[in-house]
Design a protein around this ligand. Structure first.
Ligand SMILES: Nc1ncnc2c1ncn2[C@@H]1O[C@H](COP(=O)(O)OP(=O)(O)O)[C@@H](O)[C@H]1O
Ligand SMILES: [Mg+2]
Length: 360
């Protein structure tokens, strides 16, 4: 088979409930060994998309291909158990009355000896071979999760569908299990579609992020690209806190207290929002009533007064009230930076870190 055939390809999937389009034309391709994260707020249609791919939900229209073969359209349908798709959900519930070995062997075919070989191989891979004859209740949450992963991978699925699989785990466990899961999935060369509403999880796990909203994918790309070239203000705000400065365009420029911003192709009189993340705000101290000199890259500094500063652990969050219009801006600074409320500072916005969007 050609290396360029996607392991999973969905085209224009649609599903409505009671006349409301919940999945409204979703298309995706995932190559073997690739992890794509379907990322979006709760209720945007992620799980419904996953269920259609798994075959437990029928689409109203659209097609699903695996390795170039049609597995489902509106007339033809391969049943779920024959799709060679592994599933992992938040409530991954192992069978409590079955041993770890029997849990992992659950979906396997073959002789007892063959099954045992595959079970041992997988438990070794998730580093739980010592529990092979134990029972789920003897394992921690993280260990149970790894058994569930072993169980899902045992029949060598071509595709793994994971629906918020880590959200039941406590924070300290989660990062380690995510990384471990990822390396195992990569070794198995499975195509993975991971559903999550957590940007951090998507950034950590994904080769590609598909940002979903109201039943459609609004943006798709490598995590770096989705983060640094967001599609709109909501896409910025989904990944981090966002500051917004409003302005009106004249001659392809938006004039603000922070200087001018390029707004190429935007018609005169259009209201725009200049959006930037708190970690990109530049803070300067007051120099006898003046800030730093304006620069081409950072524009004009604007005067601000500290209203609040909090230490967050790896960074400090500082809130400012802007002199020119009383608006609030937030800045984050690595480590400890805790100026007193009332302190005067000057803020600049690096032009290469901000986004200018026409107001909608
Ligand atoms: N079987 C169903 N019947 C009616 N509405 C449903 C059904 N399944 C999901 N929905 C609705 O579809 C929307 C999307 O649900 P879902 O795909 O679970 O979103 P997500 O996984 O992104 O949180 C929600 O508003 C949900 O209430
Ligand atoms: Mg869901």
């Amino acid at each position: 088979m050609s290396a360029s055939v996607p392991r999973l390809e969905i085209k224009d999937l649609r599903r409505s409930y009671g006349g409301r389009a919940v999945v409204d034309g979703v298309s995706l391709q995932i190559m073997p060994g690739q992890v794509t994260c379907l990322l979006g707020p709760s209720g945007c249609g992620k799980s419904t998309t996953l269920r259609m791919i798994a075959g437990v939900e029928m689409q109203d229209s659209g097609t699903i291909h695996v390795d170039g073969n049609l597995i489902c359209d509106t007339v033809f349908r391969v049943p779920p158990e024959r799709r060679e798709i592994g599933l992992m959900f938040q409530d991954f519930a192992l069978f409590p009355h079955l041993s770890v070995a029997d849990n992992v062997a659950f979906g396997l075919k073959g002789t007892k000896a063959e099954k045992r070989v595959r079970v041992e191989e997988l438990l070794k891979r998730v580093d739980l071979l010592r529990f092979i004859d134990g029972y789920p209740h003897q394992l921690s949450g993280g260990e149970q999760q790894r058994v569930a992963l072993a169980r899902a991978l045992a029949p060598k699925p071509r595709i793994m569908l994971m629906d918020e699989p880590f959200s039941g785990l406590d924070n300290r466990l989660r990062d380690g299990i995510r990384d471990e899961t990822l390396s195992i999935l990569k070794e198995e060369d499975t195509a993975v579609l991971l559903v999550t509403h957590e940007p951090d999880e998507a950034m950590r796990m994904a080769d590609e992020i598909a940002l979903m909203r109201d039943g459609v994918i609004v943006q798709q790309g490598a995590p770096y690209n989705v983060y640094t070239r967001p599609f709109d203000r909501a896409a910025v705000a989904f990944f981090s806190d966002a500051n917004v400065v409003e302005a009106v365009v004249q001659g392809a420029l938006a004039q603000t207290a922070f200087g001018r911003f390029l707004a190429p192709g935007v018609a005169d009189g259009t209201a725009v929002q200049i959006v930037f993340r708190p970690q990109h705000v530049r803070i300067d101290f007051d120099r006898a009533g003046r800030g730093p000199n304006p620069t081409a890259k950072e524009g004009t500094p604007a005067r601000a007064v500290v209203s609040r500063a909090r230490f967050m652990g790896s960074e400090s969050l500082v809130e400012f009230v802007m002199d020119h219009d009383g608006s609030t801006l937030r800045a984050t600074v690595p480590n400890v930076f805790l100026p007193q409320p009332g302190a005067v500072m000057w803020l600049t916005i690096p032009r290469d870190r901000c986004f200018v969007f026409p107001m909608t």
